[in-house]
Design a protein around this ligand. Structure first.
Ligand code: ADP
Ligand code: ADP
Length: 225
């Protein structure tokens, strides 16, 4: 079963008398281990799509299923619980906690999820090692490069072993070489641990390295080369 399935998802906003159709019968299926780039101009609806896929927002119509579980009938609490175990988020800015080290930033979501502190710390260190950030574990965000900060943010997003990673312009703030490194990290996680990733990006070169590319045109989600 796909990790994420959107079935005829629609969403509109009102602006005064005008009706903005942001998503119109959008369909998407994302399998385990697949990386998909979402490429579209600003205002096309990328963030809206990611919020709906991430169960942060409900569509007006259509169904979002996570690992075959339809979510439209779920309560907000049920959706939150599912989001916490199944979905990780990365944004343009890392939002790491400045007072905590890289390791502690990756430990925290695990503790919130109820894991023992020692087990959480071991897992965080393994994850940072795997992402070649092991030597940075004891550094605070301000002591890390922009790329390292964003890669720690990715480690934090996957610390609880989600099935799906949603990233909104994760390299929007980084130079090309650093962006490539951040993408390598995403691809490594997808290929190594079967994580499915949907990544909104303006970087076409990096999008080409992903398994599939989609765009939004007049609210339609279209597969592109
Ligand atoms: P993108 O991420 O591709 O830039 P967004 O999903 O953020 O696009 O926004 C798509 C369009 O919907 C934009 O025109 C934006 O102004 C509009 N929009 C987004 N959120 C709201 C909202 N809560 N109310 C009204 N309009 C919104
Ligand atoms: P940035 O992400 O800001 O470009 P890098 O991640 O390239 O910074 O570098 C951070 C650290 O990780 C450096 O010490 C670098 O030597 C190391 N590093 C970067 N890429 C690799 C790699 N592919 N294998 C091992 N170590 C790496």
């Amino acid at each position: 079963a796909p990790v994420l399935k959107l079935n005829r998802v629609s969403r509109h906003y009102r602006e005064g008398d005008a009706r903005l159709d942001i998503l119109v019968d959008a369909d998407l299926a994302l399998e385990a281990g697949q990386t998909v780039a979402l490429i579209a101009p600003s205002g096309a609806g990328k963030s809206t799509l990611l919020h709906i896929a991430g169960l942060l927002e409900r569509p007006d119509e259509g169904e979002v299923s996570i690992k075959n579980a339809p979510t439209s009938g779920m309560s907000d609490d049920e959706r939150t619980r599912l989001r916490r175990v199944a979905i990780g988020f990365v944004y343009q800015f890392h939002h790491l906690l400045p007072e905590f080290t890289a390791l502690e930033n990756v430990v925290l979501p695990q503790i919130i999820a109820g894991l023992d502190r020692k087990i959480a710390a071991d897992r965080a260190q393994q994850l940072l090692d795997y992402l070649r950030l092991g030597a940075r574990a004891d550094h605070r965000p301000a002591e890390l490069s922009g790329g390292e900060q964003q890669r720690v943010a990715i480690a934090r997003a996957v610390a609880n072993g989600p099935d799906l990673l949603l990233a909104d312009e994760p390299t929007g703030n980084l130079d090309p070489r650093t962006s490539e490194h951040v993408f390598d990290t995403l691809l490594r996680l997808a290929r190594g641990s079967g994580l499915a990733a949907l990544v909104a990006t303006h970087n076409l070169d990096l999008a080409k390295q992903m398994d599939r590319r989609v765009t939004l045109r007049d609210g339609q989600l279209i597969e592109i080369e």
